[in-house]
Design a binder for this molecule. Sequence first.
Ligand code: ATP
Length: 327
Amino acid sequence: MQDIERIGVYTSGGDAPGMNACVRAVVRAAVANDLEVMGIRRGYEGMIEDDFVEMDRRSVSNILQSGGTVLKSARSEVFRTPEGREKAAANLQKYGISALVAVGGDGTFRGASKLHEEHGIAVVGCPGTIDNDLFGTDATIGFDTALNTALENIDRIRDTADAHNRLFLVEVMGRDAGFIALHSGIGGGAELVLIPETITEMDMIKERILSLMSAQRRSTIVIVAEGDEFGGARGIEQALREDSDFADIDLRATILGHTQRGGSPSASDRVLASRLGVAAVEALVDGHADVMVGVVNGETKLTPLRNVYSRKKSIDYDLLKLTQVLS
Ligand code: ATP
């Protein structure tokens, strides 16, 4: 493999708090390894449309603590085609970029793998998604912040639920994964947690809620992941409203939505992003490609991108049991 002189870094897919901390770490680690760095704005869209920007130590000053991503993010349909990827590779070649750090989720890594396969670009991925649903790392960049944001909101909802003896259905993010729901459910003392990984009969949900509410509870909170099989909090709300057993129950559905994506990254996310950004550059320098850097049991670990996007990270079923014991 030829020596790397210049690398590119981009953020892609859904934005996550801590992406900026990761970009900063990538740029500074590259400089420390005598590499030049270019930022690619708007992910694969910018790679195809020639939206590149030179970066140095100073261009990433004061971004560690900011949410969103200074490089912007986008989804690109054109990149899914071989022609789109050819255009992207031609632009990389034009700037002398032979290696990339991709910060994003599984879709981003599928695209990165194709770029490696078809055009020989060395790509190392950093797991950046609030969903925490990536195989090969215990936590993804952004998960801890999103979780804490959800929790802060659940605490507020608990106050009003308590004051009015209400039942709240709170929807948190997670189209395919229940990590935010499960962890915020435990942290927020939810009476019931509904996630996409498990199938729960509607009759069971109703029975459980009625038994909780008849036990003279002051308030009841059900956390629902947006991808739960009933269509999130609204789907459950509708089913409960159509049932006469719920006619006397003061019921509200709240969707926390995009508040969970924004905000300054937590201490944990800043440390994780910094660590993974540096590890990604070191992996490239050591000749690795087509892998993701993650932290597993406290150790930095490389996992082939293929494994990251083809395997499913399991939730911790012991934690799910805990929600039943604690409610
Ligand atoms: P998140 O988990 O937060 O949604 P993500 O990285 O999975 O992040 P996606 O929108 O799935 O987000 O993927 C980002 C981009 O990666 C897509 O817009 C597309 O350009 C590219 N991509 C995704 N899947 C493929 C694929 N199979 N082949 C080529 N490119 C892909």
